[in-house]
Design a protein around this ligand. Structure first.
Ligand code: ZN
Length: 153
């Protein structure tokens, strides 16, 4: 069997900067990822959950299972389909669409950019929106960017 490439393969020196950037983002967000692994991933996996590896456009671990369903449905800020902590995306087994995954992977990239300070900066963005008379979630600049990523996907 012959596999034909539609574009010339990238040379190793061309992809090296992006791979270094991805690796630095993973390391920079590692405290958040470990927190997500401890609080969300491990309990979900122990109770008949599963994990999938997402590589593009952003590397992440996608965790789903009955416990994830219950945690997301009973989230204190309201029911949600998915959420991201570091490089871990926890999602409901039903209802995860490509659009929702794109949204959560945008949050993964934000965490890779801001590192372990991301939750504090995210909260500050919500406070900023609220102080300007806007909705703390809907008008949070990180949520606006994630919705924009959905549109561009
Ligand atoms: Zn979001």
């Amino acid at each position: 069997m012959r596999i034909t490439a539609h574009s010339p393969p990238a040379r190793s020196w061309q992809v090296l900067p992006s791979r270094i950037g991805i690796l630095l983002g993973i390391l920079w967000a590692l405290p958040l990822t470990l927190l997500g692994a401890l609080l969300l991933m491990l309990p979900t996996l122990l109770l008949r959950g599963r994990i999938d590896i997402v590589m593009r456009p952003t590397p992440a671990l996608l965790v789903r299972g009955p416990l994830a369903d219950r945690m997301l449905e009973g989230h204190p800020f309201g029911a949600m389909c998915a959420m991201a902590i570091g490089h871990i995306v926890i999602a409901q087994r039903q209802g995860l669409t490509a659009r929702i995954l794109t949204h959560e992977l945008a949050h993964v990239r934000q965490a890779a950019h801001w590192g372990f300070a991301f939750p504090v900066i995210y909260l500050a963005a919500s406070i900023w929106a609220f102080l300007h008379g806007e909705d703390a979630y809907w008008n949070n600049c990180f949520e606006v960017a994630a919705r924009r990523a959905e549109q561009e996907a």
